[in-house]
Design a binder for this molecule. Structure first.
Ligand SMILES: [Zn+2]
Length: 368
């Protein structure tokens, strides 16, 4: 597993570098065949790396269990030269992309290898959908995710576990809004009263927006970027700002959107426009999630594993799958920390534990 993880990290795969990502794609395609896939379909892309859909036992009865993996990382080419892979004295492997999510890919591949080598591959359809643009919001892979995932009985998102090896049974919804404010320019010395100050309008709105926070109940609303004004002696006519919002359930997600879209101007004569520029609805900890988690816990504990759950403030493809109403479990990758950060690492001895859990799930899982 360590050798495979090192190999996967050695492929640098920044999302926007199609040629680099496709190199790892070719490695993955060969790996899927080596592991006995009954078919591997390439879904070509022009802007990002090609997607792959690999299937095992595709003619076996029942709906497939699908591993959802992404091979792209946030790290530009050359990061590996600056921060080469190494293992510290606590058996943690450091390297760009190690925990997000090459560790999870290692777990998925090695689980299948283990089952195959032991002749224990269960007679049920098992798929891997490999995407290449998760780190930029899965814009290009979303159509494929939305077309293929509804065929699944259960989707296993191989994003990392939390630092304490918990699964992720809730992910907040995330949406970004853009605010445009228009005032009227005027000379700040001669006729300040003839201007409409877009920054003052923004300042009023910023306080209202900040008041939408309800951290206790999971809603955060943060003004994160602002730009306005044109010269030190001109009443500013324009402001553009961005707001990051997070919500724990679909109702709260929609409420937040309504509050933002219903903002009205305070400074007389100013104009205000609010629009959502991206968003992921929440992966709710709903009835289906609670039942699926209970089944994982039962299966894992029968293997002598400790199974715990946690939530995440960030989105993943798990949010998209959940929005389709498909059973999904997230955070099935290894334990580790430092996603998108310099201390990114995988706790190596968590990988065999995750493989044990997932192998047992593939053998025993009952769709409810
Ligand atoms: Zn990831």
């Amino acid at each position: 597993m360590v050798e495979l993880l090192k190999t996967l990290v050695s492929y640098e795969t920044p999302t926007r570098d199609k040629a680099a990502v496709d190199k790892m794609g070719a490695f993955m395609e060969a790996k899927f065949h080596e592991l006995g896939a009954s078919s591997v379909t390439r879904i070509p892309q022009t802007e990002v790396g090609d997607l792959l859909l690999a299937k095992w036992n595709e003619d076996a009865p029942g709906k497939p269990i699908v591993f959802l993996i992404h091979i792209d990382t946030v790290w530009p080419l050359g990061t590996l030269a600056e921060r080469p892979t190494y293992i510290d004295d606590q058996d943690r492997l450091f390297g760009p992309g190690a925990i997000d999510m090459k560790g999870g890919i290692t777990v998925a591949l090695e689980t299948l290898r283990g089952l195959k080598d032991r002749g224990e591959m269960p007679n049920r359809p098992i798929w891997i959908l490999m995407t290449t643009d998760e780190e930029v919001g899965s814009v290009y892979s979303n159509p494929t995710i939305k077309a293929e995932m509804p065929k699944a009985g259960l989707v296993l998102v191989m994003e990392p576990a939390t630092i304490d090896e918990s699964l992720k049974t809730m992910r907040k919804g995330v949406a970004t809004y853009k605010i445009d404010i228009e005032g009227l320019p005027s000379h700040a010395g001669n006729q300040p009263e003839k201007g409409i100050n877009a920054i003052i309008e923004f300042a009023n709105q910023a306080m209202i927006i900040n008041g939408m926070n309800d951290l206790k109940n999971g809603r955060s609303v943060s003004v994160t970027m602002v730009e306005g004004g044109s010269a030190t002696n001109v009443i500013p006519a324009h402001v553009t700002a961005f707001v990051d919002t997070r919500a724990i359930n679909v109702r709260q997600f929609q409420e937040t959107e309504e509050m933002l879209l219903e903002l009205t101007p305070i400074v007389p004569g100013s104009k205000l426009k609010v629009e959502r520029i991206n968003g992921h609805t929440p992966m709710e900890r709903n009835e289906a999630m609670i039942r699926n988690y209970a089944q994982v816990k039962r299966i894992g504990e029968a293997q002598g594993l400790t199974i715990t759950e946690a939530s995440s403030g960030g989105g993943s493809d798990g949010n998209t799958v959940a929005s389709l109403g498909i059973g999904v479990l997230d955070g099935l990758g290894p334990q580790g920390d430092g996603l998108h950060a310099l201390h990114e690492h995988v706790v190596l001895n968590s990988m065999p534990r995750r493989c044990t859990l997932i192998a047992a799930m593939l053998k025993e899982w009952v769709f409810e």
